[in-house]
Design a protein around this ligand. Structure first.
Ligand code: C2O
Ligand code: CU
Length: 468
């Protein structure tokens, strides 16, 4: 099977010089707050910046209201990133792939046509699908080159999810195979607009060079070219006074996004119990977050340098996108009717412990000293409440992700969250222990792994068996 990688990464690894739009007056108003009205901050930014656009949505071919039936074709694609062309892959020729939009209770049918010259699958990241639909190739064959497969499942939880291959994941995701999967709750308030922000990086190290990842990405994240929906620093323009619901997904293989505090309304698994406008949301690879932004004045969304070798890093913030308005004004926040649910108290016992070890340039990245697929399968009974402790004894951070289930974060470094926190991907900092509670209600052999894809590729992955 021929791989496109050498060509692609010759291009993709080249250092990229990005022309930053003039930070203008937006900068100060901006990263800390998006609600203040500063009439001096309406200076137009550079006209070279592309207009923001949401990824086009997949067409639903089923007239029934409770069925979403779409067709996805995985094929090759030349991604136009800034002024570069990067040969890779895409679904339906789009960067990112089509957004799938369903609502709670819908049946989802996805016909995948694999037009790649390699095998592939689709995994529904964050969605509790039946095991046979999970797109992993543990005990099941991937979809052959030229072959087709139909995924079918029901969606029962609202949230911002995403889909990507789970075969040769590190390369296939990196090459552009990913899209957003939205499950709506019809009882949510309706915002004036919805922005879908798919964040990716385009200069990642790869495969053989993967041991350099920590060095390359950890020390200076401003060297990474971030795109939003494949666009370099796009501009979104609103009339002024709109409230927008923002669904953000970090699909980067290794890049962390440390964003400014804004109205954080949802995490991986739907609306939070309470709005948080104080925390700097950290989107590790695979993570999602939702925000409510008031389109009141010009501001620039900036990321803060973040090192997987130890968190917030030295350096200047970097621009991700510009949001501007024709007429500065003041908007009124939506009422999300949030639950205020408090965290479950920690029962104190631990059923499963996952210890992360390894180091850049070492013998592999491991969970409990094991390298996938040579792993011990932990089994828990169907329906059991399971307490998992994830400990990170390695010198880099790792986002822990579990398939087929969501989990509640009971504590991080011994500290419970202020409100109930339901996630499927959670970053574990160096030396930290995170305690998670899940109800093992979905039978199957579920992958549990680090979502830094080169780490998973090098073995940081295990299997949790639910059921007999
Ligand atoms: Cu998004 Cu096992 O992955
Ligand atoms: Cu990792």
């Amino acid at each position: 099977m021929r791989r496109l990688l050498p060509v692609v990464f010759a291009v993709a690894c080249a250092p990229v010089e990005v022309d930053k739009p003039t930070p203008a007056q937006g900068d100060t108003a901006t990263s800390s707050s998006n609600t203040s009205s500063d009439p001096t901050s309406t200076t137009p930014v550079t006209d070279a910046a592309p207009d923001f656009a949401n990824p086009a949505e997949a067409i639903d071919s089923d007239p029934a209201d409770n069925v979403l039936h779409v067709a996805l074709t995985a094929g090759t694609k030349s991604h136009a990133i800034g002024d570069q062309v990067i040969d890779g892959y895409a679904y339906n020729g789009q960067t990112p792939g089509p957004t799938l939009r369903a609502k709670i209770g819908d049946t989802v049918i996805v016909d995948l046509q694999n037009d790649l010259d390699v095998e592939s699958t689709i995994h529904w990241h964050g969605v509790s699908v039946p095991w046979a639909m999970d797109g992993v190739t543990w005990q099941t064959a991937p979809i052959a080159a030229g072959a087709a497969f139909t995924y079918t499942f029901e969606v029962t939880e609202a949230g911002t999810f995403w889909y990507h291959p789970h075969f040769d994941t590190e390369s296939q995701v990196d090459l552009g195979l990913y899209g957003v999967f939205i499950v709506e709750d019809p009882s949510d308030p309706v915002a004036d607009d919805e922005l879908i922000l798919v964040f990716d990086t385009w200069d990642e190290q790869h495969d053989d060079a993967a041991e350099d990842v920590a060095d390359h990405h950890g020390l200076d994240s401003t060297r990474t070219l971030w795109t939003v929906n494949g666009l370099v620093q796009p501009i979104y323009t609103a009339a002024g006074g709109e409230r927008v619901r923002v669904r953000a997904v970090n699909v980067s293989n290794t890049g962390y996004l440390d964003l400014p505090p804004t109205l954080l309304i949802a995490g991986d698994q739907g609306l939070l119990p309470a709005i948080d406008d104080q925390v700097r949301p950290l989107l590790a690879p695979g993570d999602r977050a939702e925000f409510e932004w008031g389109m009141d004045t010009l501001w620039v969304l900036q990321g803060q340098p973040y090192s997987l070798n130890g968190g917030p890093a030295w350096g200047d913030p970097y621009d991700l996108m510009t949001l501007t308005v024709s007429l500065p004004t003041t908007s009124v926040p939506l009422d999300w009717g949030l639950s205020g649910a408090l965290p479950t108290s920690d029962p104190g016992f631990t059923d499963i412990t996952y210890v992360f070890t390894g180091e850049a340039g070492g013998d592999g990245w491991m969970i409990n000293g094991e390298i996938f697929p040579d792993v011990t399968i932990e089994t828990v009974p169907l329906g059991a409440e399971v307490i998992v402790e994830v400990r990170n004894l390695s010198p880099t951070e790792h986002p822990f992700h579990l398939h087929g289930h969501h989990f509640e974060v009971l504590s991080t470094g011994g500290v419970p969250p202020a409100f109930q926190s339901i996630e499927d991907t959670v970053n574990v900092r160096i030396g930290e222990a995170i305690r998670l509670r899940l109800v093992a209600d979905n039978p199957g052999d579920w992958m549990a792994h680090c979502h830094i894809l080169p780490h998973a590729h090098q073995g940081m992955m295990t299997v949790l068996r639910v059921g007999p």
